[in-house]
Design a binder for this molecule. Structure first.
Ligand SMILES: [Zn+2]
Length: 406
């Protein structure tokens, strides 16, 4: 879940320094606002707390008392224990020093490591309690790299898919709750994009489970999930991420004519149509409880592009899904597309976004809201996913994949 940042810390003048009180002593650590947000130099903290950091490219993994906090430089989130927390500020490096937003120390640490750490807001003081004396706590190793989701020993091929390893797929039915998505000009009364996405998402889950895959369905009801949580749900134990949406054309001459399917992977938009779709889908962020400024959102996407090792894999997945969809869909095959989607930028795995048809086209809308159409779309996406995973398994085996070839 997303936690709100400490509003008070952001609005009120930040303290000039914070006190770190531990069983080993007390220290004063200066607070800087050189980048507009209260931040502290990590080395100053490490002198008082039992903390260390591993910096790898833009990833900074802080180990505090055996708990890993995974930061990305320039991105206002931190991940700890599988949960993503919003930070009212970004970690950054200046003068060869890592600076962390003060809100991490004041809010995230006491929350994740309660009751061990406590923040006293009035005194701007972090207190570390003495460790329990009964037994040594098990140390959680810092998470710097995600392990491959598939184990290294292949087993007999699955009778339906031919896959030899277990795989987990995250399905993200777009929008939900107070975010209806596009209103769906030709959808039946009361039906909006979010309903169609959810129906297809559920069918896709059933189909993948039938084929022996593990599935994380990001929402199984009509609720709104924040972007950060959608993306974060596909990390360590997840092979790929598929977001399901319905397209719409703006008012104009072509509005009702344009039809068909597009499968997107994360990259810079090259055409006006791609930019339009990215704008439309990213727009949903305004429904979130804790909305970062637009410039932050663009920054997150751009940094993710520089830093995303899965772009090529995502493009391949998009190609296979699009091909399978083109066979069953009555609309045009509009091909694989690329654009900057927030939701794709936050998945740390190959990730695609499927626009399953146009709600502004009569025939597409009828197909999308029919039981048969939804089933065909779900099965075709499942076909594309399995084709991709088969390729992936072959590659891992050929590449030696940790001794998997036998
Ligand atoms: Zn959408």
């Amino acid at each position: 879940m997303i936690l709100l940042p400490l509003v008070g810390l952001v609005l009120a003048a930040p303290p000039q320094s914070v006190q770190i009180v531990t069983p080993r002593g007390t220290a004063s650590v200066p607070v800087t606002t050189e980048r507009g947000v209260a931040a502290i130099a990590f080395p100053r903290l490490a002198g008082s707390l039992r903390a260390s950091v591993v910096l790898q490219g833009v990833q900074a993994t802080v180990d505090l008392d055996g708990t890993a906090f995974a930061f990305t430089l320039g991105v206002p989130f931190v991940r700890a224990g599988g949960t993503v927390y919003v930070l009212a500020g970004e970690p950054y490096v200046a003068r060869d020093t890592l600076f962390l937003p003060l809100v991490w120390l004041a809010e995230t640490v006491p929350r994740v490591l309660a009751p061990r750490y406590r923040w006293d807001a009035a005194a701007a003081r972090l207190e570390e309690a003495a460790p329990p004396v009964v037994m040594a706590p098990p140390l959680t190793p810092p998470v710097t790299a995600s392990p491959p989701a598939a184990p290294l020993t292949p087993s007999a091929p699955h009778p339906i898919t031919g896959l030899r390893r277990p795989h987990t797929v995250a399905i993200d039915p777009g929008h939900g709750g107070r975010d209806p998505g596009n209103p769906g000009r030709f959808f039946p009364r009361g039906v909006t994009e979010k309903d169609v996405n959810l129906a297809i998402g559920r069918l896709l889950r059933a189909e993948l489970v039938r084929r022996g895959l593990e599935v994380i369905l990001i929402r199984s009801t009509d609720t709104l999930i924040d972007y950060a949580d959608r993306g974060a749900s596909c990390s360590a134990a997840c092979d790929l991420f598929v977001s399901i949406h319905v397209n719409a054309m703006p008012d104009g001459r072509r509005q009702r004519q344009v039809n068909g399917i597009e499968t997107y992977f994360l990259s810079e938009a090259k055409t006006e149509d791609q930019r339009r779709v990215a704008r439309m889908e990213n727009e949903a962020i305004r429904f979130e409880t804790d909305v970062p400024p637009a410039s932050d959102v663009i920054g997150i996407i751009l940094r993710s592009l520089q830093d995303n090792e899965y772009l090529r894999e995502s493009a391949r997945l998009a190609d296979l899904v699009q091909r399978k969809l083109a066979v069953v869909h009555p609309g045009d095959d509009r091909g694989v597309q690329q654009a900057g989607f927030i939701v794709l930028s936050l998945a740390r795995r190959p990730a695609v976004l499927v626009e399953t048809g146009f709600a502004t086209n009569k025939d597409d809308a009828a197909f999308l809201t029919s039981a048969l159409g939804q089933r065909k779309i779900a099965n075709a996406i499942a076909d594309g996913i399995v084709a991709y995973l088969l390729e992936f398994e072959r590659k891992v085996t050929l590449g030696g994949g940790g001794g998997a070839a036998r």
